[in-house]
Design a protein around this ligand. Structure first.
Ligand code: B12
Ligand code: SF4
Length: 480
């Protein structure tokens, strides 16, 4: 059977790579069409000989997915499946007439079983765990969630090849090659998918899992030899999650891979010896969640169990070892005042952040924060209907008392920090009316600092950016 993945943006999705790898191993064929990389996107998809069209969807992309699915349905009867975080946390998506199946949770085994049933026993489709389907009357068949893949070594390494036909993506990805060594995070921040994923999979296996060091190394060695990878970005939610794993991994990495790399960490897990270890391995940039400079908002609203003091200590270790520090931050939290957001600015200044990635809170479906803002009536829409933006960098769907100041600060925070703008001036500038110029500053400082802190090469980044212009801009939100 042939599965054709369809995608709007130009980002490598490990979910798609992973599914492609397991499907290839099971004897199926996979292809991918990216709208921003195709002249005749729908036509190419239509003529691809697909037995199944597949979308991997994050929240905010559902508008494009549904439009595309509906255009395809008008010209061919090929079944359509949607998986990924949005299908998992908003399974109502299946009620849309253009969608035949959705996949809730991990898709590897579920997709193989779906293809087998489509080919041999269509009446069995309704029983496949993780796959929701519909009968001819449009009634939805929900199924149970299967166990987690506990042994991540049992699945093949992601198939980067599926993206390699797009030169501009390959060039960018070789400059910063995405890899995941683990799945899951032990924490439960209210805005993150982890707490709900853990709940979805309650009693279905160990949630935080890691591939063996040698399994990861084999992937990296192959990527280095076959594609000429120059740098690695580990996308794990928290790279320091199993310290003993890292000890074993570090030796192998230095010996067999030895490429500069970037990681994500969670502040409470940052220890001096771990930072020293990753520095010796070649780590050039550590990204860490700071989110808010206000302890109360961070703990009570974001359920992020880390104090400003712990953030300072973690940052101190990272900076002392000469590693660039990038922090994830948010404004637009329910109940956040301008002074609270200024505290975020101040904490970043104090710890000497090199790259302040600041977004606007998007309360994604299923998350604890979504429940909180819905119950407290924070949504702008009268009926409390959730409206999700495609990007976390553009605007807020919540009613905020000081939206103008908060959004202006989000746009300018990185520049202010870099120029060392005094607080009295920061307070004045963010009172100015919102305007496209601030958004341009945001984009430029984002790109400049990506190049600076992640040692990105300009041409591959520029080529990818040209294909991704929509990523940082608004798109009308459609209800599904
Ligand atoms: C790397 C990453 C990125 C990368 C790559 C984007 C991508 N889509 O992969 C970048 C930096 C570009 C990015 C951007 C964004 N991201 Co991001 N990102 C991640 C991260 C850290 C890892 C994703 C990953 O590779 N996972 C590993 C793979 C194996 O898992 P997976 O993708 O979930 O796929 C499995 C299943 O979902 C399922 N599946 C997935 N697709 C399909 C399709 C079919 C047909 C089937 C059957 C099954 C299936 O099977 C897969 C294998 O089991 C996750 C958090 C996480 N730990 O997962 C957040 C996450 C996916 N991102 C998130 C968000 C919000 C975003 C942005 C909207 C933020 C923004 N900047 O505006 C954008 C959206 C961009 C986009 N077009 O997707 C959210 C999504 C929440 C939601 N409800 O949708 C997550 C979950 C983090 C969070 N906040 O909770 N992101
Ligand atoms: S620490 Fe990071 S990955 Fe873990 S739950 Fe919190 S936000 Fe999610």
């Amino acid at each position: 059977m042939k599965v054709v993945f369809l995608q709007r943006d130009s980002f490598v999705k490990l979910g798609v790579e992973q599914l492609s790898a397991v499907l290839n191993q099971a004897g199926h064929e996979c292809d991918l069409f990216i709208e921003s990389g195709e002249r005749h996107f729908l036509e190419s998809a239509h003529n691809s000989g697909a037995d199944l069209f597949a979308f991997s969807c994050t929240t905010g992309q559902e508008g494009w997915v549904l439009e595309t699915a509906s255009s395809l349905k008008k010209v061919c009867p090929t079944p359509i499946i949607v998986g990924g975080p949005h299908a998992t946390f908003y399974p109502k998506l299946i009620e849309n007439t253009s969608i035949d199946y959705i996949c809730v949770g991990e898709g590897e085994q579920a997709l193989i079983e779906l293809l087998d049933a489509m080919a041999n026993q269509p009446d069995k489709i309704k029983d496949i765990c993780n796959i929701w389907s519909k009968n001819s009357a449009g009634e939805v068949h929900k199924t149970q969630i299967r166990r987690l893949i506990e042994d991540l070594d049992s699945i093949p390494s992601p198939d980067f090849g599926i993206y390699a036909k797009y030169k501009y993506i390959a060039l960018y990805s070789l400059d910063i090659f995405p890899v995941m060594t683990s799945r899951g995070c032990p924490h439960s921040c209210s805005y993150c998918f982890n707490s709900i994923y853990r709940e979805l999979y309650r009693n279905k296996g160990t949630y935080v899992r890691r591939r063996s060091p040698s399994h990861v190394i084999a992937e990296l060695v192959e990527a280095k030899q076959r594609y000429g990878v120059r740098k690695v970005t580990f996308l794990d939610d928290s790279f320091f999650v199993f310290p003993s794993w890292l000890k074993e991994f570090s030796g192998l990495y230095k010996e067999k891979v030895n490429l500069p790399f970037l990681i994500n960490v969670e502040a409470t897990q940052v220890k001096e010896w771990l930072v020293r270890l990753v520095k010796e391995m070649g780590c050039i940039c550590v990204r860490m969640g700071l989110e808010s400079g206000n302890d109360n908002l961070r703990e009570k609203v974001l359920n992020k169990k880390v104090t400003s003091q712990q953030i300072r200590e973690a940052a101190g270790h990272i900076k002392r070892h000469g590693i660039k520090l990038a922090t994830y931050n948010m404004v637009g939290l329910p109940g956040e005042t301008v002074e609270n957001a200024i505290e975020t600015y101040k904490l970043n200044k104090q710890i000497g952040t090199d790259f302040t990635l600041c977004s606007i809170l998007q309360p994604y479906p299923g998350t604890m924060i979504n429940k909180y803002v819905s119950e407290k009536g924070y949504y702008k829409e009268k009926c409390n209907k959730a409206a999700w933006n495609e990007s976390v960098f553009v605007s807020s769907s919540l009613r905020l008392d000081n939206e103008k100041e908060l959004v202006n600060l989000q746009k300018l925070m990185q520049l202010f920090l870099q120029l060392g703008v005094p607080l009295w001036l920061v307070r004045k500038i963010i009172k100015l009316p919102r305007n496209p110029f601030f958004h341009c500053i945001f984009k430029l400082s984002f790109v400049y600092n990506k190049i600076r802190t992640q040692k990105m090469r300009v041409i591959p980044l520029a080529r990818l950016a040209l294909h991704s212009l929509s990523y940082m801009s608004s798109r009308p939100v459609k209800d599904s």
